[in-house]
Design a protein around this ligand. Structure first.
Ligand code: A2P
Length: 316
């Protein structure tokens, strides 16, 4: 498996298992199945509400001697309601307790958006904290403390634009090493890619298949399908691979990590085999031609009336 290399020479497998929307009751089996199929990178987050079940699954895997902890790359993310300096390390400790791990390979700030402590999902203006109250630089200091305490090997962010990255980089003692964002042929974000390359920040592509299993409240009417796209289907047929494999390989060819979610054993295995597909320059050019600026996860759930945050703030 291809890897992304970090400054200290740690290697992150480029293809990981996404666990957003993997339901409790399914996610543990999916993680075990994935590791048996060869996955060595699992992408988690506190807000997915399934880290405790993943922790049980990992323990079973370690006890059965299928892999050792140090052979896995485990990522988790800090939720929006724990952005103050003191809360960050506590939140990481909660994730570590749930995951039954002593350290994470990578810990990310999930969004550049802060909620008041205790608010799981902000619904009214008073549920939010502004970035004047809790600057991103303060949250980043908490992330640095996680590294200093040995509980996170690497730290980074998710859903950050160039301005947000610049803001934390100015006062950072440890530079962010990862930005996990939505990336696929409809949303290729070339400027962000270029900026991150120059700054030695890796990218991870989330929603690479279009995340069609999102709850309806997070969907727009008439969303375009990636898996049903004619160009994607034609390339897939030409290579004897599936549309999902083409989309996963597209991310890998661009040098980004990619975390397709599945809880289905056959699709988990299929997605893993995307590493064996080779796309030509013509294939990549055809896929690049699908750019339309379309976001499946557009962040509008953070911008109810009176919210201190706007879509302009989020995406520039
Ligand atoms: P399932 O978990 O039943 O396999 P994303 O990674 O963009 O969030 O997309 C996840 C969605 O794509 C889920 O609905 C998942 O369903 C589905 N999916 C995952 N792998 C494949 C595949 N190889 N072919 C078709 N759909 C897939």
């Amino acid at each position: 498996m291809q890897t992304l290399s970090f400054a200290n020479n740690d290697q992150m497998p480029i293809l990981g298992l996404g666990t957003w929307k993997s339901e409790p009751g399914d996610v543990g089996a999916a993680v075990k199945e994935a590791i048996k199929a060869g996955y060595r990178h699992i992408d988690c987050a506190a807000i997915y509400g399934n880290e405790a079940e993943i922790g049980v699954a990992l323990q079973e895997i370690f006890t059965a001697d299928i892999v050792k902890r140090e052979e896995l790359w485990i990522t988790s993310k800090l939720w929006n309601n724990a952005h103050t300096l003191q809360q960050v390390t506590e939140a990481l400790e909660n994730s570590l307790r749930d995951l039954q791990l002593e350290y994470l390979d990578l810990y990310l700030i999930h969004w550049p958006i802060a909620f008041r402590p205790g608010v799981v999902f902000a619904a009214k203006p008073a549920d939010f904290m502004t970035l004047e109250e809790v600057p991103l630089a303060e949250t980043w200091s908490g992330m640095e403390a996680c590294v200093e305490q040995g509980q996170a090997r690497h730290i980074g962010v998710s859903n950050f634009n160039i301005d947000h990255l610049e803001e934390i980089s100015q006062s950072a003692k440890i530079k962010p090493e990862m930005n996990q964002v939505e990336l696929h042929p409809y949303l290729q974000q070339p400027e962000l890619l270029e900026y991150c390359r120059k700054k030695y920040i890796h990218l991870t592509a989330y929603s690479p298949l279009g995340s069609m299993d999102r709850p309806d409240v997070l969907k727009k009417a008439d969303e375009p399908s990636l898996l049903e796209n004619d160009t994607v289907k034609t390339i897939a047929e030409a290579h004897g691979f599936s549309p999902a494999q083409v989309l996963i390989r597209f991310a890998i060819e661009r040098g980004t990590a990619v975390i397709p979610k599945s809880t289905n054993p056959a699709r988990l295995a299929e997605n893993f085999r995307a590493a064996e597909l080779s796309l030509s320059a013509d294939d990549m050019a055809s896929l690049a031609g699908l750019e339309s600026g379309f976001r499946y996860v557009d962040g509008s759930f953070f911008t109810p009336p009176g919210s201190p945050y706007t879509l302009e703030f989020l995406w520039g």
